[in-house]
Design a protein around this ligand. Sequence first.
Ligand code: 3BY
Ligand code: FES
Ligand code: FE
Length: 410
Amino acid sequence: MLNQAEIAVQFATRRPYHSLTRELYCDAGVFQADLEAIWYKDWIFAVSAAELPKAGAYATLQLGAYPVVIVKGSDGEIRAFHNVCRHRGQRLCAKTSGTTVKLVCPYHQWTYDLDGKLMWAREMGPEFKPANHGLKTVHCAVAAGMVFVCVAETAPDFAPVKTAADRYSAPHGMGDLKVAFQSRIVENGNWKLVLENNRECYHCAGAHPALCRTFNDDPHLVGGDDSLSSPVGAAHVERCEAAGLPSRYLISPEENWRLVRIPFVGAAVSYTMDGKAASTRLPAMPFANAGSLLFFHYPNTWNHFLSDHVLNFRVLPISPTETEVVTTWLVHKDAVEGRDYDLKRLTEVWEATNDEDRQVVEENQKGILSPAYEPGPYSPDQESGVAQFIDWYCASMTRHLMPARPMAAE
Ligand code: 3BY
Ligand code: FES
Ligand code: FE
């Protein structure tokens, strides 16, 4: 297991525009450093807001060492708390999701209100102050109908991503969606391999026969400005913008999130086997063939907003070589299964794609575990997105490992 100084050397000596060293994908010390530098500092996508449809609905997640619970209060506010009882530390909610009137600890029944206040604790003596034993809060914010949490003491500014993601996703009516389906898989690979795989489509033609029926794998489809986009991509953005759909490529200054709307292949309008819609059109979408609004936010989510449904993807690290991927399919809340959408049609392309990506990632991890592995070059044409993610990762880690020294007094 590498120590901090050894990890710093890994970053200082890395080959630019190449995959990372074996240690950076496999080592337990690096995994811990990833948690501390990124997962415990940045905003992390936790659940779709549609997973918490009414007061008392809650969902839990394990963010590294931190169990977190997210609850919708009686006032409609979504809040996040450390899922740890203030008595003797029992994990408060064990289930992945549910609905409750109060949060009751299963150990000695300390009872918390949905806003985290301790309401009731039996026989704690006259000195005991319930007000000092409310649940510890976790930063919580919603953007594009997605609930993000941050366990850092001070969270990075969320306003820029919220403003942009809310504006781009508004026509998809994120407040009027419901969960149609959710899948949860564990991939035997490092979390960075999962993200890298998502940031390129170099593998798509070989790995994703179902997805490639509708997903345009041109790496130059829509770029940072129109001169970098293909004619098909540029025309799509212009047409969507003219119809009032924010679509232009937008990336944050730190390059940790990006929004852009891309067209499908040919006449396709959705990620289905025949390219036809999978569900009823979302009411505010002006046309069915608006393609897909892509939204990634590092380190743990990429998303597709279509004219008829929305897909949220959540990545969470479990161990150096295990990563959980949760996919949520959202449709209009009034859509009725069997009448307005068929679950198999809606989910089969990304169910297949996720499984294909799982196999790719697992084989990638197996190869990288070999002492014979050495970092290889990225394709400038096909893998600039992977290089961009890896550059962001290395910059985040370097900042954490070598904090800027205070300037010497003059
Ligand atoms: O989910 C996605 O957006 C990425 C883009 C390229 C590969 N994969 C389909
Ligand atoms: Fe929660 Fe005792 S640990 S009530
Ligand atoms: Fe893939």
